[in-house]
Design a protein around this ligand. Sequence first.
Ligand SMILES: [Zn+2]
Length: 197
Amino acid sequence: MSAVRSRSASEVIAHIEKNSVVPHGPWMKGQSPCRIWTLGCDSAGYGMIFFDNKTYKVHRFIYLNKVSEIPHGMLILHSCDTPSCNEISHLRLGTHSDNAHDKVMRGRCKSPTGNAHGSKTCPGRLPSGDNHFSRKFPEKLRRGTANNKAKFTDSDVLNIRGLHQRGETVTFLGARFGVHRETIRRLINKKTWMHIS
Ligand SMILES: [Zn+2]
C-alpha cells in the first residue's frame, strides 16, 4: 500500500472548516453561530478526527491549535452545549466540576424537571422543533445504534472506498466516520456492502 502523507495541523483545520456547517438562527444577540462538525462523532456526539497517529475530539483540536495548550486534566467546555460545535468563541477551558455545574444549569443531568429543566434555564439556547439540528440537517444525522445494519449510506460507502484508494488509512476513515477500523476494512474489501460498487 502506498505510504500516506501525514497531514499538517493547518490542513486538518481546513478539513474541519470544510466539513462544518453553520445552522440558521435565530441566535442570541451578540452570539456567533455554532459551527457543527458533520462527519464522524463518538457516542456522546463529540466530533472525532485522526491526526498524527492520535484520535482527537474536533473541538479540542481546534482549541489546541488556535487558542492554546490544554493543561493536563482540563476540559474544553461548550458555552452552547453542543458537543459537535467547533466555533472558537463557544469554547473555553474548564474543569470537571465546571462541566458538572454546566450540566446541572442546562438540564443535562438525569431528569431535571420544573424550573431546573433546560427549557426553563436556557430557553434561548435549546434548539427544538424546526430549529432542532435533526430537522435542519436530517441528512447529516447518523443513527448508528438505532439501526446497526445501516451505519452508512450508499454514498458514504463509495466515498470511503474512494478515500481509501487515494491513500487514507482505515484507521483515519474509522475515526472520521465514527466506526471501528475493522468495519472500514470489511467495507473496503467488499465483505460488507458488496452490492455497492
Ligand atoms: Zn456552538
